[in-house]
Design a protein around this ligand. Structure first.
Ligand code: NI
Length: 172
């Protein structure tokens, strides 16, 4: 069964909202998480935030190749001063890749889908995905990190996505 969730694109106001903290993790959150995971694989992404499907809650799912996991109410406890650049794509910005500089190590805290508190140290791809998805929950997107040249290069694509978001067309 195809996902019932509708992916939102650049220009959609829901991608710029600050998501609400989840008060308690219950059946509704677990259903949403399951649907987000299903949609993430269907869209072939390595992460998907609730904001990207128009749901304004601090929830995202990710899979860096070691299986999926859900993150609720993420917090950063520590970020390394050491930063590395990685080219990042985003399901809400199809056809666009941006070089993003982020801390290479983060210590994070969140609730898992059972409502249990989790604390983890992340490096490598997982650290990047986590920061990318957490950004979504605070209304930030990779395009915000783009250099002037990158922004110019993608100007037409961005304008088209804004148009799609404005008229509400679902593109395959
Ligand atoms: Ni994204």
């Amino acid at each position: 069964m195809a996902t019932a969730l509708k992916l939102r694109f650049y220009g959609d106001p829901c991608l710029r909202k600050i998501a609400f903290k989840v008060a308690s993790v219950g059946p509704a959150e677990r259903i949403l998480i399951r649907e987000l995971m299903r949609a993430m694989y269907e869209f072939e992404g390595s992460g998907l935030a609730a904001s990207q499907v128009g749901i304004n809650e601090q929830i995202f799912v990710a899979d860096a190749g070691e299986g999926p996991f859900a993150v609720i109410n993420p917090e950063f406890i520590k970020k390394s001063s050491d930063e590395t650049v990685m080219e990042e794509g985003c399901l809400s910005l199809p056809g666009i890749r941006i070089n993003v500089k982020r801390p290479s190590f983060v210590r994070i805290r969140y609730l898992d889908e059972d409502g249990h508190k989790v604390e983890r140290d992340l490096t490598g791809l997982l650290a990047k995905i986590f920061q990318h998805e957490a950004d979504h929950l605070f209304g930030r997107m990779v395009i915000d990190y783009a250099s002037k040249d990158e922004r110019e290069k993608f100007q037409e694509k961005l304008a088209r996505l804004e148009e799609i978001s404005r008229v509400g067309i679902k593109v395959a």
